[in-house]
Design a protein around this ligand. Sequence first.
Ligand code: GLV
Length: 392
Amino acid sequence: MPLPSRTFIATVEDMRRVARRRVPRMFYDYADSGSWTESTYRANEEDLQKIRFRQRVARNMENRNLATTMVGQPAAIPLALAPTGLTGMQHADGEILAAQAAEAFGVPFTLSTMSICSIEDVAAHTTAPFWFQLYVMRDRDFIERLIDRAKAAKCSALVLTLDLQILGQRHKDLRNGLSAPPRMTLGNLVNLATKPAWCWNMLRTQRRTFRNIAGHAKGVTDLSSLGAWTAEQFDPTLSWDDVEWIKKRWGGKLILKGILDPDDARHAVDTGADALIVSNHGGRQLDGAVSSVAMLPQVVDAVGKDIEVWMDGGIRSGQDILRAVALGARGVMIGRPFLYGLGAGGREGVTKVLEILARELDITMALCGYRDIHQIGRDVLVPGSYPGSPAA
Ligand code: GLV
């Protein structure tokens, strides 16, 4: 589905509006929501907005560099696509299209356990290695097989999510009766009738349910209801010992996602993981938790010398990427921004979002007086305007 030709898209927010028009309500809402009151979802964006840059002038800004590495792997800008559930419901074959856009742009793509396209589907349609995100389920045989499938597909890092062994309650999903594929209720049919391009693309693909799981896991009875499925299958006993077991079984780069506390960050370092992601799952889990950016400096100060620290949650612009990097993040992950691009315009939409973010990051870095992303530190920020800052 091409991007609409008559809508001017300059920002991620413009893209979000197009996605809201084009994607069936239950899937748009699934992406654009947080748990309970959504206070943490909002705080992620709001706290980033409060951070101010120091404007510097008369400094050579020619020949700028935004390229870096994340766990030693190249990234054209300090960013990777986050693992997001049901991506293939924002647009038919969504995970494949997003992975292709990421590959062409030169940033890592992460495939979620809860994806619609399977590990093998994505591997068959890409050439660059992608990352695989793992949820730990009670069925350890299934987990071992998932890890082995990721290895067989040549995934170059495993992203282990630690903050979702039980699902935070998301009111919109309950109201909408979220399921994949959507049930043919009257309300859904009426809504789908207003999304003809989405329906047409979806009818032309076979990929309409959780293909990493369907046919692979024993005893998964109700795949469509995410709440019931996680309650039944995800292992609530997950511990740091399990992390070590998984690390050994995987044997490659390991990234721990969902760290929001310096004490947990120290545990993460003790496991020997290669990176950790300061994250509250996009405000989708513990509503009332602090924003990711509010915790980033403390985590960096606690463990930044021992492990790569990344951040996700609330990144909506290149300015936000620069803010996170200034506070010590090696890179960021984005979820919703790329999902909006996907829903609005498939692969082209994801590419456009990456271009928007890269351009914003580039111009902002230049206006702060810097030419290389590796030079960026807290001194590009106005003291007093950022978490953990000495008073102005
Ligand atoms: C899954 O990762 C979700 O947040 O829904």
